[in-house]
Design a protein around this ligand. Structure first.
Ligand code: 1PR
Length: 531
């Protein structure tokens, strides 16, 4: 059977395409409004902001055909914003109408105790029996969104599943052949592929059993703390693209770039071992022309064929002019990465420059990479990779920057430090501290912080909890703790000692010193929720 995909040119639709192919079906794209009505099965992956999705549908003349298809009860699966599009509108894009199939407005998460966007693996509680959830066993599924549909607007004829995140929200709807999920089945590992496979199999003669609500459904679903594997990628001196790893950002050993493996193969290994997310950092992106750096696009394309958890790519997300004088915007660069299979892009050096401008003028220009990409693809697609380094002082009065009293004094016995942000892979310190950086980036529209620490990178001495607490108390977007993991207990320390949303490691996984499941076992043994 052919599956028809509604791709309106925003975000990562490659993953859905790859997942459908992996499940043994062929994919064709909607070419004209008529295709929406006549397609045997239609999948509508909602990527981008609510306003962008509805505007693109409007421009292409897809709104009425979608309403017709739904009213005729022809098989339809909406994902993420496509679930929200079934409602009348959204706080995200005031004045823009949704499809209005289900009454009410989609609203923003507002509980201050929870990071917004919700990024990560959460459960679902089934509200009725459904063949779509055939074989579902309470596994966690991947969510990434700041806005949600309200349970009270969604009558029992539609409500299929709810999830808790500060409040109960709608995580799946189903009426007849019309279904939509707030979670991403194509990014939810084996459990997600199973659910997607059920939708694809419906009506093909493959037997599906109506899943009863599992007896052991949780009272309240809980988001898992994510464990992320990070691959620092660059070309070595022989021109091979390798995964490397630095000691405090120095990736050379005896003059050679350390070579810890091939990016696509390693990413696949981490997916199979249970990584909740995979991050690629093109660590020389600041000096390359990213769009000419085809290997990274190819790495993403090939990885997304077999890896069904979120992929982040960083390095070189900025405006640049190539040797032939052609200028590409940061949005062009990000769009190329999304089309190649990335779910999020991570911005390093360019975020520091944007924040310097913002602090100088106090004005948002709308021109920074952060602003441009988050307006089009949503805040949840924009990660800021921060490369801070400690600067020790004897007294907070010695600096205008945000200091902390530290339990790890400096070389001269200094009891205080501040964290200086750097650019170009730690090569250049700037007059911006980490608190200024993360707060400003949140204001400019970033959706997540990847918090490295040059002092701890590659040292195996544990995460810098003081830094992580400082950043967590400064922002409400999710934070990924990075740098310094040397053993499984360091993950326990970071989740018990801070409220970080995720923890990332590189060296210990590459060198096979600790596996991802050992980390998860250690963390869940002390009662912390993992996938
Ligand atoms: O500035 O937007 O082009 O982005 C460049 C990106 O490359 C940034 O995200 C920056 O962090 C990264 N980067 C640049 N140079 C290096 C380097 O190592 N020489 N790597 C580098 C950063 C840090 C982490 C690392 C953790 C965990 N690597 O990603 O994986 O510290 O390591 P560990 O568990 O082994 O301690 P732009």
């Amino acid at each position: 059977m052919q599956i028809t995909l509604l791709d309106y040119g925003a975000g990562n639709v490659r993953s859905v395409r790859n997942a459908i192919r992996k499940l043994g079906y062929t994919v064709q794209d909607v070419q004209s409004p008529e295709d929406i009505v006549t397609a045997e099965k239609l999948i509508f992956p909602g990527v981008g902001s609510f306003g962008l999705v509805m505007t693109r549908l409007q421009e292409r003349g897809y709104i009425e055909p979608l309403k017709k298809r739904i009213s005729e009860n022809k098989p339809f699966l909406g994902i993420c914003v496509a679930l929200q599009a079934l409602y009348e509108g959204s706080e995200e894009s005031p004045g823009i109408s949704g499809l209005g199939i289900i009454p009410g407005q989609v609203v923003r998460f507002s509980d201050k105790a929870y990071s917004v966007p919700q990024i990560g693996w959460n459960g679902i509680k089934l509200q009725k029996d459904s063949a779509l959830l055939n074989g579902y066993k309470n596994e966690k599924l991947y969510f990434v969104h700041s806005y949600h549909a309200k349970v009270e607007n969604t009558g029992p004829e539609w409500l299929l599943a709810v999830t808790d995140y500060g409040r109960e929200f709608v995580s799946a709807v189903e009426r007849g052949n019309i279904s939509a999920f707030q979670f991403h089945p194509e990014k939810s590992g084996a459990a997600g592929l199973k659910i997607l496979g059920n939708f694809l199999a419906q009506g093909t003669g493959i037997p599906l059993i109506f899943t009863q609500k599992p007896a052991n459904q949780p009272e309240e679903t809980k988001i898992a703390k994510r464990i992320i594997a990070c691959l620092d990628v660059r070309s070595n001196d022989h021109g091979d693209l390798v995964v490397t790893k630095g000691d405090q950002y120095d990736v050379r050993h005896e003059g050679e770039v350390r070579n810890l493996g091939k990016p696509v193969e390693l990413a696949r290994r981490y997916y199979e071992e249970g990584a909740d997310e995979i991050t690629f950092l093109n660590i020389t992106g600041f000096r390359d022309y990213p769009l000419q750096d085809q290997p990274m696009l190819e790495v993403l394309e090939r990885t997304s064929e077999n890896v069904f958890v979120p992929l982040t790519i960083g390095g070189g997300i900025r405006e640049f002019t190539d040797a032939a004088g052609k200028t590409s915007t940061s949005l062009d660069v990000a769009s190329a990465y999304f089309r190649s299979g990335a779910d999020k892009v991570s911005i390093g050096s360019d975020a520091v420059y944007a924040v310097e401008d913002y602090l100088r003028t106090g004005e948002k220009t709308g021109k920074s990479a952060i602003e441009q990409i988050s307006v089009v693809y949503g805040a949840q697609a924009v990660v800021i990779s921060v490369d801070p380094r400690r600067v020790y002082v004897h007294s907070p009065k010695e600096t205008v920057h945000a200091t902390i009293a530290t339990a790890s004094p400096g070389p001269g016995g200094e009891q205080y430090c501040w964290y200086q942000c750097t650019v170009k892979g730690g090569r250049e310190g700037r007059d911006v501290d980490v608190v200024q950086l993360v707060k400003s980036c949140e204001t400019l529209g970033a959706g997540e912080i990847l918090l490295n620490c040059i002092d701890r990178d590659g040292t195996n001495s544990g995460f810098d909890l003081e830094l992580i607490n400082l950043v967590k108390q400064s922002v409400s977007i999710p934070v990924i703790a990075s740098s310094g993991a040397g053993r499984a207990s360091h993950f326990v320390d970071v989740f018990q000692g801070t409220s970080t949303d995720a923890a990332l490691a590189a060296g210990i996984f590459h060198r096979k010193e600790v596996t991802i499941s050992e980390v998860k076992d250690a963390v869940s043994a002390v009662g912390i929720v993992t996938r």
